[in-house]
Design a protein around this ligand. Structure first.
Ligand SMILES: Nc1ncnc2c1ncn2[C@@H]1O[C@H](COP(=O)(O)OP(=O)(O)OP(=O)(O)O)[C@@H](O)[C@H]1O
Length: 208
């Protein structure tokens, strides 16, 4: 496995005209880790994901990456092609990597099964439930082979059993060498993480 790491160094962020959401954040994220970004609503979890994705420049500090060429992102709101089937969404990134159709479809079915979506393989995206659509986005992101996978609230819409499967599958993705970062409110998802960055503790007000 090639060396990969994501480092946050002295990170702090505030939007124009607002107070600092968090300050003095230092961390190193490595393959095999599944890192939970935790904290109350509005504490800056999605903002920190955007900073890790380099979409938002932090007010202070910097992010350094080593060996991270591909970043996958799964939003809270799933977006797909309404008429295209679930299996198509997952097969496409595998074909784009140069796999044969048969190899791509085999892998796509295995990944769908990992997210409890086998039953929906041939359903068009528009017929999926909210939770199925979001799991499909996870499956698609995993199939794009990211070095760093950023996920916003993956279990918010799921029942406990499905959420547990998703957490296990993300754990397996981390074991395969992806750095997985999950913004979450869910205590079960937090418990499934190997590391936690708690933004409640990085909030300037937490020291008052
Ligand atoms: N582009 C922006 N401009 C100004 N303020 C913003 C912007 N984006 C987010 N904020 C504010 O920054 C704060 C943190 O937002 P963020 O979405 O990162 O929190 P969160 O912890 O992910 O919240 P939630 O758990 O509710 O999703 C919020 O008060 C939000 O209104």
């Amino acid at each position: 496995m090639s060396a990969k790491a994501v480092r946050g160094i002295g990170l702090a962020h505030r939007f124009t005209g607002t107070h600092y959401l968090f300050e003095n954040l230092d961390f190193e994220l490595l393959p095999g880790q599944i890192v939970g970004l935790c904290g109350p609503s509005g504490s800056g979890k999605s903002t920190l994901l955007s900073i890790l994705a380099t979409w938002v420049v932090p007010s202070l500090g910097r992010v350094e990456t080593i060996g991270v060429e591909r970043t996958g992102w799964v939003f809270q709101n799933p977006y797909g092609v309404p008429r295209r089937t679930a299996i198509d969404h997952v097969t496409l990134p595998l074909l784009a990597q140069g796999r044969s159709r048969r190899d791509a479809e085999d892998r796509a079915h295995r990944v769908l099964a990992g997210f409890r979506l086998e039953h929906a393989a041939d359903q068009p995206f528009r017929e999926l439930s909210g939770g199925e659509a979001q799991r499909l986005m996870l499956a698609r992101a995993v199939c794009s082979g990211p070095d760093l996978l950023l996920v916003d609230e993956p279990t918010a819409q799921l029942d406990t059993r499905t959420a547990a499967t998703v957490n296990e599958t993300l754990g397996a993705v981390a074991q395969d060498g992806t750095i997985v970062v999950i913004a979450t409110h869910d205590p079960h998802t937090r418990a499934a993480c190997t590391h936690v960055i708690d933004l409640a503790l990085a909030h300037p007000g937490s020291r008052l």
